[in-house]
Write a protein that binds this ligand. Structure first.
Ligand code: AMP
Length: 362
């Protein structure tokens, strides 16, 4: 194995920090590029280039220093990737995963084309086209902006035309989606290495609070057949859509039916459990994948419940009772703000119900 290579990362948040931690463990140097001097990635990175993402001098420096460049957020503009490539940067994932995942209609159409089910949807631009779309697919629906929304922002529940009238329409693209009457929301993190090796992590069951991920339960409490189907679907998506690198894919489960919801070409919050419950974490496999190493088999070593720690939980953190199976991760962000992800806890152990109880009593 060729060691001592340097990995460049666009973005310096907690995902970058955990990628850098993983790099350190495996003998890779890391350099992050992020505009804010106090971004928490600096705690893991060997070097922090403090610059805007379109700063050409900084991007050239990244090309010079990094043997491989990857990203930790999905909104990297395609011009940045093109600039890096033109300047000798090695960005093995390229811009395709970004192009697909930055636009909800684009990603849903792409997966439909390879036979993966999504909620019925129509691209809409304004009130008029939304009314037509609502008549076509029937309510209840959910209206979302195609780009830029996160943690449930830029979304409206639509029961009828009246709800459409009360949307503050902007000059952006929207998608109107039929509501799926799901029983569970789950996700699967899949990595396709540049050698073509594909690794999937066990499916996680996600519980949200106020539109933000609160907990991930692993194994998901769904049948083994469904777990297998979701891992197969995830493999199919990266292979057929020719995506390299990591991809966090979210699905809905209604009865026995699996619906693709969305994907992000980076490590995923719902796979943070892998840090303590798997033989290799999502960050390890992400790095090995983009570095072109052979990907090892991934195993779940223990059931686990991952709980997100938010800014409003600051007081509670001091009171956490740690034990050998309760693993605390704090990202080191300076400001504890409401709804901001500050860290997470992995509760490992044999009995899922007890782990959920522990997490609930945090
Ligand atoms: P998203 O940003 O697409 O992940 O949506 C945020 C949350 O809204 C999801 O986690 C679901 O709980 C809910 N949601 C989104 N789309 C749908 C849908 N088509 N049907 C039912 N619920 C949805």
């Amino acid at each position: 194995m060729k060691k001592s290579r340097t990995v460049g990362i666009l973005g310096g948040g907690q995902l970058a920090k955990m990628l850098c931690d993983s790099g350190k463990k495996m003998g890779y140097e890391t350099v992050i590029l992020d505009p804010s001097s106090d971004s928490c990635g600096r705690f893991g990175a060997d070097e922090h280039i403090i610059a805007e993402y379109n700063d050409e001098i900084a991007l050239k420096k990244l090309c010079e220093e990094a043997d491989v460049i990857t990203y930790e957020f999905e909104n990297v503009p395609s011009e940045v990737i093109n600039f890096l490539k033109r300047n000798g940067g090695n960005v093995p994932q390229g811009e395709r995963p970004l192009y697909l995942s930055q636009h909800r209609v684009r990603e849903k159409s792409a997966v439909n084309e390879i036979g993966v089910r999504t909620a019925d949807f129509v691209a809409v631009k304004n009130l008029e086209t939304a009314k037509e779309a609502l008549t076509k697919i029937g309510g209840p629906c959910i209206l979302k902006t195609c780009s830029g929304g996160y943690d449930g922002k830029g979304q409206w529940k639509i029961q009828n035309e009246e709800d459409l009238n009360s949307v503050d329409w902007k000059n952006v693209e929207y998608i109107l989606e039929k509501m799926v009457n799901f029983q569970k929301e789950v996700s699967c993190l899949v990595v396709r290495g540049i050698t073509g090796d594909v690794v999937t992590f066990p499916v996680g069951e996600n519980i949200h609070k106020n539109g933000i991920l609160n907990k991930t339960i692993v194994p998901a409490r769904i049948s083994e057949n469904l777990q297998k189907e979701i891992e197969e679907l995830s493999k199919r998506i990266v292979e057929k859509l020719e995506i390299y690198g990591p991809l966090g894919i979210e699905y809905f489960i209604e009865g026995d039916e699996v619906y693709f919801n969305e994907m992000a070409p980076r490590p995923h919050n719902s796979a943070h459990y892998t840090l303590d419950a798997c033989n290799y974490s999502q960050f390890d496999i992400h790095l090995l994948g983009v570095l072109g190493e052979k990907l090892p088999e991934v195993k779940l070593l223990t059931p686990v419940v991952m709980l997100n720690i938010m800014g409003e939980d600051r007081e509670k953190v001091d009171k956490i009772v740690l034990d050998e199976n309760t693993k605390l991760h704090i990202y080191g962000k300076t400001e504890w703000k409401q709804d901001r992800k500050m860290g997470h806890i992995n509760y490992c152990g044999e009995n899922i119900d007890k782990l959920i109880e522990k997490a609930n009593s945090f």
